[in-house]
Design a binder for this molecule. Structure first.
Ligand code: PMV
Length: 329
């Protein structure tokens, strides 16, 4: 019986993954670049039971046991790991997010990264970080980027083995912060897994994909130069391009709420006053504000008075997954 615990940070993409070339393998239609977050993370303990001892995997997320339908995606991931190791033991999995449950903050990136690392370690599967990145991608595309700390690029690739993330710069390269303005805590009505399949129905998809290679080059250079204006300009453009694709898919995906739009306008108004702040938005209504570390407390205060903002969660760049000695059970 083997047990391991891993912690992995979530990540925020500056150039987003949206649209799957191969939905079964989670191969993307474009490359993406993100920052792994220090203060928004998932901790997961996996214990493999002796053979035949447990009939099924049991999974507890933030204190609540998952019903079989909710656990399906995680069990499918455990199946991949069992297949790699050539075993059929069942697992006990306990996982906690350090950010408030139901805050509308996506946890699939940190969740699948932590699960992959803990489950493989507990089986003594000796995989490189690159192989772990490919494996985490199968659970959730963006999870492949959380296998590395700091600033990370997921190269599009064309196969299971080469569509993987790699670090661009370590976390201490740049004290860039992400302030998540939480405007809606609801579970999103359409999952990103479904959204990746719908992207093909948007007439705007081709237009975005034509631009992405140039934007990726600009983001790499902006991070290298620690240039918030260059990074922020293109991150806003890509977030708006991605949401344009979402909105013009069939069926149309409209993730924005009134509070979303209020924060976008506020960010642009503050920028007009000279504050270096830019926005990006994932597949949901909450807005991520990107800014240098020295702007965080002032922006927190300003955000508190924007209508619709319920909470602010802030994080700088963080490390890749860590193995912990303290298990959750
Ligand atoms: O990993 P997924 O399937 O949840 O997709 C992530 C999608 C976005 O968060 C919208 C963009 C990204 O690259 O993180």
């Amino acid at each position: 019986m083997r047990k391991a615990t891993a912690r992995a940070g979530s990540n925020i993409a500056f150039i987003k993954y949206w649209g799957a070339a191969d939905p079964a393998l989670n191969l993307p239609l474009n490359g993406s670049i993100s920052m792994t977050l220090a203060h928004v993370h998932t901790t997961t303990t996996v214990e493999w039971a002796p053979r035949g001892e447990r009939p099924v995997d049991t999974i507890v997320l933030n204190g609540l046991p998952l019903a079989p339908a909710q656990a399906e995606r995680l069990v499918a991931h455990l199946d991949r790991i069992r297949a790699l190791a050539g075993v059929d033991h069942r697992a006990r999995v306990v996982s906690v997010n350090n950010f408030p449950t139901g805050a509308g903050i996506a946890s699939s990136a940190s969740g699948f990264a932590a699960l992959t690392v803990a489950a493989c370690r507990a089986l003594d599967l000796d995989l490189s970080p690159t192989q772990l990145s490919a494996l985490a991608r199968r659970g959730s595309g963006s999870a492949c980027r959380s296998l590395f700390g700091g600033f990370v690029e997921w190269r599009q690739g064309s196969s299971d083995a080469d569509s993987v993330a790699a670090p661009l710069f370590p976390p201490d390269h740049w004290e860039l912060w992400d302030l998540v303005a939480v405007v809606d805590r609801q579970e999103k009505p359409v999952s990103s897994a479904q959204g990746h399949r719908l992207a093909h129905t948007s007439p705007l998809l081709e237009g975005r994909l034509r631009q992405v290679d140039g934007w990726l080059a600009q983001v790499r250079e902006a991070i290298a130069q620690r240039d918030i204006h260059s990074l922020g300009t293109v991150a806003e453009l890509d977030a708006l391009a991605m949401h344009s694709v979402m909105m013009t898919s069939t069926p149309s995906l409209l993730y924005w709420q009134p509070g979303t739009v209020a924060v976008l306008h506020a960010a642009r108004a503050w920028r007009a006053q000279g504050i270096p702040v830019y926005f990006t938005i994932d597949a949901g209504p909450n807005v991520h504000l990107l800014c240098p570390a020295d702007q965080v407390s002032a922006l927190r205060e300003r955000l508190a008075s924007v209508p619709g903002v319920e909470q602010v969660i802030a994080s700088g760049p963080g490390p890749g997954p860590q193995l912990l000695d303290a298990h959750l059970f």
